[in-house]
Design a binder for this molecule. Structure first.
Ligand SMILES: Cc1ncc(COP(=O)(O)O)c(C=O)c1O
Length: 464
């Protein structure tokens, strides 16, 4: 139990830098709240003990109990429409008055309306839906559908991926933190392959400023999926995030090649769009960038508008094979209040043109970060799409040695300046702002990021 897993999708909560930051930042009342939290909640890596306290969440900001406001470039990817959107709060209040709950055996209008809306906006013919209260459960419903529809149980997924904390979801996930030691044997038949990561290609191929050299690598990462599909011969499905939330962006042609390999080997393709769905990447779904339609698509997080817990599994009528079984059957699967929240959230995203905003400002962000990269030797890689973008800090561009300590130092300095985000894989500053972000807020954040990198490099005597 004392083993410390490799860095995953969030920064560790027990580092000496965090301790120092907390000591100089928290007042008595904050310390008391954190101590109470630590006393009653089970400890967990990356969450409890907590970083700080929160008193308010409003629009693009969170505020702590000492009145400090942070522009929230993390938001657990739930805050697409901003926290506490007035139209969403009104819709939820109205729904609570009209019909607060629906036992599963009774059809209710809001749940049907949301299911219809999702089937209208989803790619391809993903027109059959099940709701759950969380992403992990939705992923596991997808696993069950894939097994039942194919009569096979094996899966292929990617190392480093996160699909949730349940046993099934952790089995296809690729993060040590959720898989190893304490929790014991996971599901059998869950094969993993190395992910696409053009900056640090697991297969050793060189990149050019983070861009894949396709004539050299010939998409070995996709070919390996094909290889395992062929060798196993009876894989039910490939599970993946179409763009990884860390972020990692697939090389051109990756998903088309995997889709084709799945078709050739009778395997389904399941896209986990829990963080990326509903516009995060500047298109409604991340898979729209690659023009590849999965057999099953999983949504979550922002679907509940940042207020209610809601996730969804979408699939085709052909895969509606569980009529004599119960793959979901969650108590709140047709909760009218959550469903009204989901429908209103999508309407807000459409009416306020939030996907377009993420595409436009995301492109500006990437361009500015690339300019920064050209000036600073410690910015090894810049990557992203829409409002899913990040930078890898390294000791220098040639060695690419991950600068984990610098990343942490920059993180705490940014917090001091009013910007919150998270660190992934130890050295990647990961930015996932809400889709309502304004250009001024983006400008503020990018200025804070650059200043903080420069100031921390100076402190550490590093050549920026
Ligand atoms: C890609 C991905 N899949 C699944 C999940 C799990 O969702 P939940 O925490 O709602 O169970 C997450 C949550 O961070 C995620 O990012």
């Amino acid at each position: 139990m004392s083993h410390i897993p490799a860095p995953g999708e969030s920064e560790v909560n027990t580092s000496s830098r965090r301790k120092l930051w907390a000591e100089r930042t928290h007042d008595q009342s904050t310390r008391k709240m954190l101590a109470d939290d630590a006393q009653y909640f089970l400890r967990q890596s990356v969450s409890t003990p907590c970083l700080s306290t929160i008193a308010r969440a409003d629009g693009a900001y969170i505020e702590d109990t000492q009145g400090r406001r942070y522009l929230d470039f993390h938001g657990n990817n739930v805050h697409h429409i901003g926290y506490g959107h007035p139209r969403l709060k009104a819709a939820i209040a109205q729904q609570m008055d009209e019909l607060p709950f629906a036992p599963r055996r009774f059809a209710c209008e809001p749940a049907t309306a949301l299911a219809k809306k999702l089937s209208d906006i989803a790619p391809g013919n993903l027109s059959k839906v099940l709701f759950t209260t969380g992403g992990s459960s939705a992923v596991e419903v997808a696993m069950k559908i894939a097994r039942a529809a194919t009569g096979r149980h094996k899966s292929i997924s990617f190392w480093d991926a996160f699909h949730g904390a349940g046993f099934g979801a952790a089995s296809i996930g690729g993060e040590q933190m959720f898989r190893s030691h304490a929790v014991g044997p996971l599901l059998s038949g869950t094969q993993h392959v190395a992910p696409f990561d053009c900056y640090r290609c697991p297969y050793g191929y060189p990149d050019l400023n983070g861009k894949p050299q396709l004539e050299l690598c010939k998409l070995t990462c996709a070919n390996f999926v094909k290889y395992v599909l062929e060798k196993e011969g009876d894989v039910a499905a490939v599970f993946a995030e179409p763009a990884r939330a860390v972020p990692y962006i697939p090389p051109p042609g990756f998903w088309a090649a995997v889709r084709q390999a799945c078709n050739e080997h009778g395997a389904l393709l399941v896209f986990d769009e829990i963080p990326t769905g509903l516009g995060k990447t500047g298109k409604l779904f991340a898979c729209d960038h690659d023009d590849v339609v999965p057999d099953i698509l999983v949504l979550g997080k922002a679907l509940g508008g940042g207020i209610l817990p809601l996730a969804a599994v979408l699939t085709t009528p052909e895969l509606d094979v569980g009529e004599n079984y119960a793959f979901g059957h969650y108590t709140h699967e047709k909760n009218p209040v959550s469903a009204a929240a989901g429908l209103t959230t999508i309407q807000i995203i459409e009416d306020e043109a939030l996907v377009e905003n993420a595409a436009k400002l995301g492109a500006i962000a990437l361009q500015r970060l690339r300019e920064m990269q050209s000036h600073h030797n410690v910015i090894g890689d810049v990557r992203g799409r829409g409002f899913l973008f990040g930078i890898e800090l390294v000791s220098d561009k040639d060695s690419k040695i991950p600068a984990n300590d610098l990343a942490e130092a920059v993180f705490y300095r940014c917090l001091d300046k009013g910007l919150s985000f998270k660190i992934s894989m130890g050295n990647t500053l990961t930015f996932t702002p809400p889709l309502i972000l304004t250009e001024e807020q983006l400008d503020f954040a990018l200025t804070v990021i650059e200043e903080s990198i420069m100031e921390e490099c100076k402190l550490a005597g590093l050549d920026t």
